[in-house]
Design a protein around this ligand. Sequence first.
Ligand code: GLN
Ligand code: ZN
Length: 763
Amino acid sequence: MVSIHHLGFPRIGAQRELKFALESYWRGESERAQLLAVGARLRQQNWQRQADLDLQSVGDFSFYDQVLDASLLWGVLPARARRPGAHLLDDYFRAARGRSADLAEGVAAGQMTKWFDTNYHYIVPEFSADSEFHLQPDLYLAQVREAQQQGHRVKAVLIGPVTYLYLGRGGDAAARAALLPRLLPLYQDLLRQLQELGVAWVQMDEPALVTDLEDCWWRAYDQAYSVLPAAGPQMLLSTYFGGVGEHYQRICRWPLHGLHIDAVRAPEQVALWAAVWPKDRVLSLGVIDGRNIWRSDLSALLDRLEPIHAERGERLWLAPSCSLLHVPVDLRSESGLDPELKSWCAFAQEKLEELQILAQALRSGRAAVAAQLAAADQALAARRSSPRVHDASVAAALREMATLRQQRHSPFAARSQLQQARWPRPLYPTTTIGSFPQTEEIRAVRSLHRRGEIDTAEYTRQMQAQIAHCVAEQEKLGLDILVHGEAERNDMVEYFAEFLQGFAFSSHAWVQSYGSRCVKPPILFGDVRRPAPMTVAWAQYAQSLTDKPMKGMLTGPVTLLNWSFVRDDQPRATTCLQLALAVRAEVLDLEAAGLPIIQIDEAALREGLPLRRKDWPAYLDNAVAAFALAAHGVDDATQIHTHMCYSEFGDIMESIIAMDADVITIETARSAMQLLDAFDTLHYPNDIGPGVYDIHAPNLPSDEQIEELLRAAGRRIPADRLWVNPDCGLKTRRWPEVLPALATLVRVARRLRQEAVAQPALV
Ligand code: GLN
Ligand code: ZN
């Protein structure tokens, strides 16, 4: 008989209980014991939710991050975070965020980065050639015992050793892979202890297997998985976020007891594994989408699963594709979505229920769950044919797309001159990325308006006052190209999604982003259309206040897509083009309203890059096409900017060039060296503003720092194509920081400008 399990469950709690408990502990408002009790309660609830599954996962709970948990387990929290005599949990929080609950001096927080291609951030393990590992299994094993005492059949979850080393930093890949022999005996020791506790299965997460791996990692995999499966409980190797079919010969050689594959992201590998994976080993199929919120097509799944089940019987397991960490907890606590939309969704809890229906159908025949299957079919049919999802006018617009101009009239050099004639810009033009500090006052006004406590006229008046203040400050600073400051925007995606048809907003669909932080991505469920302008009135008002050129600010289609839950009933590329059409309409309206410059932010473009290089071209081609569709309908004299939150675009430079923005601003202040490397080898042909003020740090940049960065940039980028701007938006900073930092930026730009005028040969 088929078994069902899951790879991990959200630990933040349906009401974000863990978030509130953590933050209260860190503020010193509650005791450690209270925090530990909340953790225990959440684990208990989560195990209760999966009581009807065949195995209960242990080890997927975390007080901050599962990768940092591994660093604790293997005794490699950075030395700076460890205090003699301190509780391990406090060392752990110091490693994560620089400080725990104590008031003592903080330390440097751990570096955070995205977990594969998700929006979850993990704390990067810090290794060096002399890293020494020590098994610290107490907290982990305590959870195993805790589950056993509650009567659960434990499947212990661990990050596999190769993925763990792969995710760290300190040394190159080979140096990190070379640490494996030090780590393996500890894994063996822990596996032995799990076996002694009577644990039947261990799940080894090795998502690194779905990436493009250097040989050193393959050697590490062979080494690890030739010995680990024999060391303790039966071992299920779990892979997700992509396919591993091309490595089947190698993986089949490892003496594993089971293999989990992602049947949602890489459905094509199912038939292969069904054919090649030995019948006496478990094949776990991740058939329920662990990355998205839509209800599954259970009947279609059964069509595919029944023949595999007939062959494999109890050696077939079913699960979500990956950990459910990436979806919200429970649809039942959701009050923001209407009943119809809700009926199309499945959050983590509902996904477990879907598994149960599948299992029952396979065990006892579809008739045993006829009602549940019918309900699922019906919801799906309703979604497929819903007029809320399908808008004929959007489909028609997409069909007509080819008739729209998606290329600027003239090449960059000619445009640049026309733009210069329209509003002469000096050498080293200064500007910002868009947002200015989101003060308490701004947030208060927005929330009063949301709650209906002030009317729209009053809200508009107050926001205009904020814009006026922001514009006046920029004029005083002497910036060359101004922005309105984005006071009206809570978030650069949500703001636009609220205007667009095809998006819905949940009340509780929180997903952990990092530590105690959660995000509530908009739900893109239907054809996207822009019923009315979204930003024009604010931008126009801002322009009316100044003679300087004002920049209209928009979020680009790829970023809107990457930071939402996206419909799964059509290719993402199609949805992206729909978003592009909506942004295009806004761009043209801004242009018609007289804005001479329009910036389209693609903050999330690079982070959305697929894990495998072979998938890059399709993604990048779509991203470039979407940007072109959004941006290139304008006249030559309208200047298009884009902004991206990174500097490492060496390997996607061709696509960035193909986007053909007149100006690109990027984040570089913190990585001056990287900037230099990129521009030594690559030629970016249009204007570029490498960020010279690191807005992520509270420190103020000095004249010397900014000047040094600009001079460094100037050695690679001709002065007449170099812009001067911060790294990113200023919304998280405070005015008292922003004003002096921007004053410095303007002062240095002016100095270089004068120098260039006096000694043109040096430019
Ligand atoms: N225009 C946005 C801002 O300034 C860009 C934010 C971002 O790149 N993440 O806030
Ligand atoms: Zn940015």
